[in-house]
Design a protein around this ligand. Sequence first.
Ligand code: BMA
Length: 366
Amino acid sequence: MMIVSVPAAACAAGPAGNSTMVDPDATAATRALWVRLKTITKTGTMFGHQDDTAYGIGWKYESGRSDVRSVCGDFPAVYGWEIGGIELGGESSLDSIRFDMIRSLASEARARGGVNTISWHPRNPVTGGDTWDTTGGRVVETILPGGSNHAMFTVWLDRVAALLGSFRDQAGDPVPVIFRPWHEHTGSWFWWGRDFCSPAEYTALWRFTVEYLRDTKGLHNIVYCYSPDRVSGQAEYLECYPGDEWVDLLGLDLYHHGGAEGTAEYRRALDASLGVVAGVSGRTGKPFALTETGLEGVTIDDWFTGVLAPLVESHAPAYVLVWRNAYERPGHFYAPYPGHPACDDFAAFCRRSGILTNSRLPEMYK
Ligand code: BMA
């Protein structure tokens, strides 16, 4: 490799430090979003919710509806969308949401000035089982170049690319999206998890995914986010890190388990893990976010202001996203809905000066 020395002045820290994007040809709007993810923390942390405008408790596909908005009066700033199932070429996700609906809701979120992030829980390419089927041996190895399922895997990525490249803003340009593949690999509940995939295989998978979307498919609207689950320290966070040139946004997924009795452990683990991610962010100049969190059922009435807010405010991630309010799975929700005992507390959380909902966002794309 040729080493080119760059004068120090050329590297002078801009708003995003010395870091550069994974995609040197990222669209101007995508680049602006990435820079904003870094600078937004001077204003506050964006609040996000998975599948927010697609469905909620007791409803599905009602234009303009959102459980977050019903409770706090505003949409979330960040909208998560799950595209598991796209790899099969069908019309709906594993959570039974139509991909054409995701396309229009993501475009609506962009029109509102919000931010879209995409998760992907693909099926097991060896067994055909779901994303939690960890049988089938060294599954990741089979989809890497030279592997027996590699050709099929490229077809999967063709379908991912077709969807990610299809969201349009009002001018007809592609909507920038934060793509967060191969998440929570520090756990072993997905087929790419730590017990089933070596660091070398994981980084090869990551780099192939990026190269395929960026170079083969020519997508230039992607902010690439790496999001392990809880970690014990920097070494674990970085064990499978594909490298600074392969990651735009440093993520972390970490949930509160065990109700009130689990509060101390959640505080400890989140404080420690966010500290690790913030440290990597400081060294690399990359923004960081709490890409998934929540307490299922919000069983602690002041969880948002009493537990989450202090942790978020002390670490200042670019955003915090709570998981979905499942319309089809009773009790599986992470944001209060009208009538829930945690509503007032959630509304107070959204009013905090350090928390940004959609209408409080600055321009994110210029
Ligand atoms: C999980 C649960 C599942 C869902 C999956 C992908 O955490 O919410 O019900 O299928 O995420 O969205």
